[in-house]
Design a binder for this molecule. Sequence first.
Ligand SMILES: [Mg+2]
Length: 221
Amino acid sequence: MLLLFDIDGTLLKTGGAGVAAFAQAGQHLYGSAFSLDGIQLAGRLDRHILADALQACGHPRCDHASFLDEYRRRLSAGLDAGAWESRPLPGARALVEMAHTHPDWTCGLLTGNWSETGTLKLQAAGFDLTHFVVRAWAGDGSDRPGLVRAALSRWGGAGDDAVVIGDTPHDVHCGQAHGCRTIGVTTGPFGRAELEAAGADLVVDDLTDTARLTAWLEMDR
Ligand SMILES: [Mg+2]
């Protein structure tokens, strides 16, 4: 079985570091009108967020590589300086550790972060990157279901033997699109009712109840 973990709001929170560094990078490159205000962020791919922000401030074209370099540099500097703190969410590190050591499970990432910045967030929150054997980042698909396709392809298994774990309806829907089971966790901006309405197979308040999650994961479908 493949477990695909989302990052922001699921494994960790950066206390606003990601949003602040993203906005500051945009303002540095494209001027003070660049803003993330009013742009939907949770569960979306970083480059879609960038495209929306650029369109809103009148910059229809951009050099993604330059933006990513500036964003990565600012996020790294902020985390290193202690201006922001990337913290694991309750139970997340223990569940990842367990998934990593489980003989029949493969631990993976499925995230709208670019690899360069998602890696910084995970390392700052104390996660061991090598535990995530299968990784699908923002650059690996044109939308979130495309990231699931990329992850399954790299893993070599089918969607019905994979589980997507995330904090937004986007996470739930992308898993459903490929026949994966889905776990919604309410440590992000969405509550139980919203994740249940999206169709999550299981909704939990956090990832601390490893025994319950393991029992559910090992249950026959
Ligand atoms: Mg998330």
